[in-house]
Design a protein around this ligand. Structure first.
Ligand SMILES: C[S@@+](CC[C@H](N)C(=O)[O-])C[C@H]1O[C@@H](n2cnc3c(N)ncnc32)[C@H](O)[C@@H]1O
Length: 236
């Protein structure tokens, strides 16, 4: 099973995800995320590894599952959104039956913290160019910006990768006004959760890191009483 943990604390898990983890004999995951579910996984065999070890984790999990053990591979948010589900399904072939259990992804957990910015069409774009060439990312940003999608940015910035968020902002500014609302949520659903609402012109003045999701409004998005809202179009 590939199980989505939601954005952070254990209370954000769906009941189905909790049951899947309870039923597992072996739990495989990135060590930061295993810490969020430490109570649930007590007494189980735990296989943890650091970031960028996704393929290793998938291979070990499939080996254990093929040997007849009940294995849960845990992934933050939703496992099918930049998570472990794809790798597991690609490697599993028809050797092992795989069930994908969804979780609350960062786009919707961050949106809930900000208000209701995703009430209309939106595009989700990761700025990580480890596996995707920057030209492809830039092309997708252009297309989403030109089409007036609300844009949700995952993996906005890391220690070694700071230029992409500035480049993304510049692309968006070609199509959107400087005052376009931008919401930045760090650690959604965790005790250290932090939100800021700013503008496209000023967004780079805010702290943005790998625990952040950035939501850039469309031409209709507004701020009301501290909430970021993209109108659906109702006459109110
Ligand atoms: C590799 S992606 C994993 C996404 C995950 N599978 C999901 O569905 O949320 C990692 C990125 O997700 C976003 N993210 C994950 N958890 C978050 C949280 N609790 N608060 C804000 N952003 C988060 C950040 O943009 C982070 O850089």
């Amino acid at each position: 099973m590939v199980v989505g943990l939601g954005p952070g604390e254990a209370r954000q898990l769906t009941p189905r995800a909790v049951r899947a983890i309870e039923e597992a004999q072996v739990v495989v995951g990135y060590k930061t995320y295993l810490a969020f579910i430490r109570e649930l996984i007590k007494g189980k065999e735990i296989i943890s590894s650091g970031m960028r070890k996704e393929v290793d984790r998938a291979r070990i999990a499939l080996m254990k599952a093929a040997a007849g053990q009940a294995v849960a591979v845990v992934s933050s948010g939703d496992p099918g959104v930049y998570g472990m589900a794809g790798i597991i399904l690609e490697l599993a072939g028809d050797r092992v039956a795989v069930e994908v259990i969804p979780g609350v992804t960062a786009a919707t957990s961050a949106a809930a913290v900000l208000g209701a910015p995703l009430m209309h069409d939106f595009a989700v774009i990761s700025l990580s160019d480890l596996l995707t060439p920057w030209e492809t990312i830039a092309k997708r940003l252009e297309a989403a910006a030109d089409s007036d999608f609300v844009v949700v940015i995952y993996n906005p910035q890391s220690q070694g990768r700071r230029k992409q968020i500035a480049a993304a902002r510049d692309i968006l500014l070609k199509y959107r006004s400087q005052d376009t609302p931008v919401g930045i949520v760090q650690n959604a659903g965790r005790p250290e959760e932090k939100k800021r609402i700013t503008t496209l012109a000023a967004m780079l003045d805010e702290e943005i890191n790998m625990q952040s999701t950035v939501i850039v409004g469309n031409s209709q998005t507004k701020i009301r009483h501290g909430h970021m809202i993209t109108p659906r179009g109702y006459v109110l």
